[in-house]
Design a protein around this ligand. Structure first.
Ligand code: CP3
Length: 357
């Protein structure tokens, strides 16, 4: 199958849940729900003892391709914390693994590829994702929408730049030097790779949306390593292709990266309905840069380790600064760190829900 035949989202399921009372969806539309919605990136996973117990003896990928297990892990933080949205338990490299690439998730490190992709032969050898290959993920989504009640489900994919960085560097990278070198030295090859990764993200997101996901988040976690000029030239067209391909579903599209204060406008211009903001700039400043709109964020995940009075003051500050936006979805500025006390997360949810929107 050609990449383009595998990618565009043409069918929009009639059975999408309406969820008129969901504060997360209302805030994402720029309305003002009765309470500020809150969820946490990486809310499923290692901060929860019930997660560690369930995962015992099962590899990360095996968990991600087991519909019952991925659904159960997705539900754990909903039950425990009462958050306003579920995020699918999966990983940004799941579509690469599903398509047949030799990639592993190494505990404490992250995704590692057997053969880094640095030349034309490597780019052309990248497999194309067939929707059939993520059918078990879609099965998990169907289980979830049947059991989540009024809580929306956020599907997600990794954006082309962040995925390309793992593939080109061979694993997590501080400086992204091979990625930036290839981007500038061989721009045509870069665009071919990013285009293929965009097609893969479209297929992965469409599978989740066809199965009933209520929103999507495009994670461009490491885009903050780029200048705005490079982002607009080398990355934005590919992320825009992903976001526009799923526009017809009519669900909120969140676009997030770390250290992207200088890129917020560009990331919105790529086609986002909601812009994710990390903790490095205040939300009211983010809203000023964006000229309005809906934002998601931005508690520093490290402060979940601080004393409650310190954390409470931070939550109140962020909540107040979020009032500058047309809609505010409370979240962290990046994912939950593994060592966090889960009771602290539950307490943050309670506080956000108490505060006057
Ligand atoms: O709430 C959730 O946990 C949702 C599921 C989720 C995971 N990864 C589960 C996971 C989501 C949304 C992701 C996305 C993801 N994966 C991103 C984008 C978000 C971000 O953090 O910026 C990135 C960059 C990855 C790549 C990746 N996968 C990393 C850096 C790691 C951590 C490696 C480690 O062990 O420290 C992973 C593995 C991973 N993904 C784990 C989980 C729960 C840990 C593996 C385990 O529990 O065995």
């Amino acid at each position: 199958m050609s990449p383009s035949a595998a990618s565009p989202a043409q069918t929009v399921p009639a059975a999408r849940r309406a969820l008129p009372g969901a504060p997360f969806l209302a805030a994402a539309r720029g309305e003002h729900p009765a309470r500020t919605p809150v969820w946490f990136m990486r809310q499923a996973g290692r901060s929860l003892p019930e997660y560690r117990a369930l995962r015992e003896g099962t590899s990360m990928f095996d968990a991600c391709f087991d519909p019952e297990m991925l659904a159960e892990i997705t539900l754990q933080p909903i039950r425990r914390h009462g958050v306003d949205a579920a995020i699918l338990f999966s990983d940004i490299v799941v579509p690469l693994k599903a398509a047949g690439l030799d990639i592993d998730i190494v505990a404490g490190t992250g995704p590692v590829v057997a053969e880094p992709i640095r030349d034309a032969a490597g780019v052309r050898a990248l497999p194309v994702l067939d929707p059939e290959q993520v059918e078990r993920v879609a099965d998990g989504v169907r289980l979830l929408v049947a059991s989540l009640g009024e809580t929306p489900l956020i599907g997600f994919a990794g954006a082309p730049f962040t995925l390309a960085s793992y593939l080109i560097e061979g694993g997590p990278s501080r400086n992204h030097e091979h990625t930036k070198a290839l981007m500038h030295s061989e721009p045509e090859l870069w665009h071919e790779l990013a285009g293929r990764l965009a097609d893969m993200a479209i297929t992965f997101l469409s599978a989740q949306l066809d199965a009933g996901a209520d929103a999507i988040q495009l994670f461009d976690s490491w885009a903050g390593a780029l200048s705005e000029r490079d982002y607009r030239e080398f990355v934005l067209p590919h992320s825009a292709k992903v976001l526009s391909a799923v526009a017809a579903y009519g669900v909120p599209r969140i676009h997030f990266g770390v250290g992207t204060g200088e890129l917020l406008v560009a990331m919105r211009d790529a086609g986002a309905d909601v812009v994710g903001v990390d903790w490095r700039i205040p939300l009211d400043e983010a809203v000023r840069r964006l000229g309005g709109g809906v934002v998601q964020g931005n508690l520093d995940p490290a402060l979940l380790h601080a004393s409650w009075p310190v954390l409470e003051a931070e939550v109140r500050r962020i909540h107040a600064e979020g009032r500058a936006a047309d809609g505010h979805i409370f979240n962290l500025g990046h994912g939950v760190l593994p060592g966090v006390d889960p009771d602290v997360l539950t307490r943050v949810v309670g506080l956000v829900h108490e505060l006057q929107p």
